[in-house]
Design a protein around this ligand. Structure first.
Ligand SMILES: Nc1nc2c(ncn2[C@@H]2O[C@H](COP(=O)(O)OP(=O)(O)OP(=O)(O)O)[C@@H](O)[C@H]2O)c(=O)[nH]1
Ligand SMILES: [Mg+2]
Length: 235
């Protein structure tokens, strides 16, 4: 059997996920101690206007491994990831969505693959999203491949494990929006950091409101693509 990872920070970006955040945390409290000796579970509450932060606070009060980090106002998915990266204290950093679309138990498979590379990126074996999201994702992945030469199966798969020393080489990231996942991988690739990919399962969103791929998100992503291509700052 694989040794438990020495030290692991897990974080969940969360924006108005009050219906599921308690379940997400309970699952993490069950799974993470089994895979890591020393660990922390962080929720980055991105200025939620619902009860997300209050629920996390209550759970954190009972479990010292759980921590709430808060944005005063909604700052975007990229900003939430950046805060998660900056808050993580352990040797390994893992993040996934708070909305229950992934199964945390599959972190095992990613940990196993750390012997091959310091960065393990998930890809969705079969993506459970509406058809138009799949089309947008296909086009987006193609654009990133053509513009930046990045060949990754599923850039936006929110299931990634990184060694923190490697992550620090590309910090601070600049994108506040959905482009952040691309920015992360493009910058790691530019540094020649080895990456391996691991298939994971993906489930439909059952609660909360879908926030991905709105016109605003897409416009901000296009702006970030142009800026990074031109070598400008994204912030
Ligand atoms: N979209 C979005 N997500 C955020 C933001 N801040 C934090 N998040 C969290 O980031 C994760 C990913 O967002 P999702 O809305 O689930 O994106 P998605 O999975 O591509 O699309 P849906 O689940 O269909 O909405 C979730 O856990 C959100 O709660 C934000 O400003 N925008
Ligand atoms: Mg989701």
């Amino acid at each position: 059997m694989r040794q438990r990872a020495a030290s692991l920070s897990v974080f969940f970006p969360a924006y108005n996920e009050q219906d599921i955040i308690g379940t997400t945390l309970a699952r993490a409290q069950e799974v993470i101690p089994r895979v890591a000796r020393d660990y922390e579970i962080i929720v980055v509450d991105d200025g939620s206007s619902d009860g997300t932060a209050a629920i996390v606070e209550e759970i954190a009060g009972r479990d010292a491994h759980v921590r709430l980090v808060r944005h005063a106002a909604n700052a975007g998915y990229g900003a939430a990831l950046r805060t998660g990266f900056a808050s993580a204290r352990h040797e390994l950093v893992f993040f996934t969505d708070a909305d229950g679309q992934f199964d945390l138990r599959e972190i095992d498979a990613l940990l196993d693959r750390l012997s091959e590379a310091p960065v393990v990126v998930g890809f969705r074996l079969r993506r459970s999203d509406p058809w138009y999201r799949l089309v947008i994702a296909k086009v987006y992945n193609l654009i990133i491949r053509v513009v930046f030469g990045l060949r990754v199966r599923d850039i936006d798969c929110a299931y990634k494990l990184l060694r923190r020393d490697v992550l620090q080489q590309v910090m601070p990231l600049e994108s506040s929006g959905a482009f952040v996942s691309s920015e992360l991988l493009i910058k790691l690739r530019r540094l020649g950091v080895p990456m391996v990919e691991q298939g994971v399962h993906h489930y439909p969103r059952k609660t909360g409101v879908s926030k991905g791929a709105t016109p605003r998100v897409i416009a901000a992503t296009m702006r970030d693509i142009v800026r990074l291509r031109l070598g400008r700052r994204l912030a």
